[in-house]
Design a protein around this ligand. Sequence first.
Ligand code: ZN
Length: 314
Amino acid sequence: MNGHRSYLLALLLGLLCGLKSQAAEIRILTTLPVIHSWAANVAGDAATVESLLPANVGPHDFQFRPSDLRKLAAADVVLMNGLGLDTWLTRAVTRGASKPSRRVVTVTDGLQPQLIHHLTPLAMDAETTGSKKSHSDHTHNHGDEDANPHVWLDPVFAKHCVSNIIQALCQADPAHADGYTRRGATYLQELDQLDTQIRSSLKDLSNRRIVTFHDAFPYFCRRYDLQLVGVVEEVPSVDPSPKYLAQLSRAIRKQQVRVIFSEPQFHPRLVKRLANDLAIGVAELDVLETGSASRTFYIEGLRRNLRTLESSLR
Ligand SMILES: [Zn+2]
């Protein structure tokens, strides 16, 4: 009987310890779904990862609500993109919801020397190239730091961001550092494989010229040697002027672009009309700014884009 009771006691203690260690898990809060996806791979079951952005709202349209302060207040580590894309978070963090031990980490830190600081100009000829507009000239939240913020679409840059995440989690939660390092290393290998796969799949394409909807792909194009002939939205979040669309159409004809890429979070109306007028195709590339995050969200998203590019540009 006694043995039975002490067994029950041990079981109860075990349960309590289990509960306690669960409660001690650190809480990670992310802005973009890609950052959520990266963090989930590094965190495994050692930490909880939560997103600020609802699945159907992109970072350019997100408004920080008072109810988000609760998530912010509970977070031990906050992971953001920076480069002006999630400035609403910086403002909220400085305003309050303070947890003295909280770390706010900009995952793109260290990429500064490799950033692109101008909007993609039309690749046509001297009269229309050389747009001096920068990312800080427009109302799109891309602005504050004057660089194009879409670094995640380049898997090599993604590796840099993931390394920053590994380091941040190890510092915030040293007890689980081994796990973060191990899972992080495995994920970095997967990103390497992704980079290799994209490189070899795109290397022999006959047509390397593309037009996208908003100015999200310059890093991807630079990495894989595609030519971004132009973007439909001259200024992000602003309807392009008829004059600009006429210039874009001329560039598309001159460069023999065969397909325009729309994006899932924007209505394809404008792209379809333009492609119709020019008698060329339409396909969709995902900039991964919206969607419900999961561990596979980032790599699967880029693989989907790769298949689209292969079939559209072959
Ligand atoms: Zn964007």
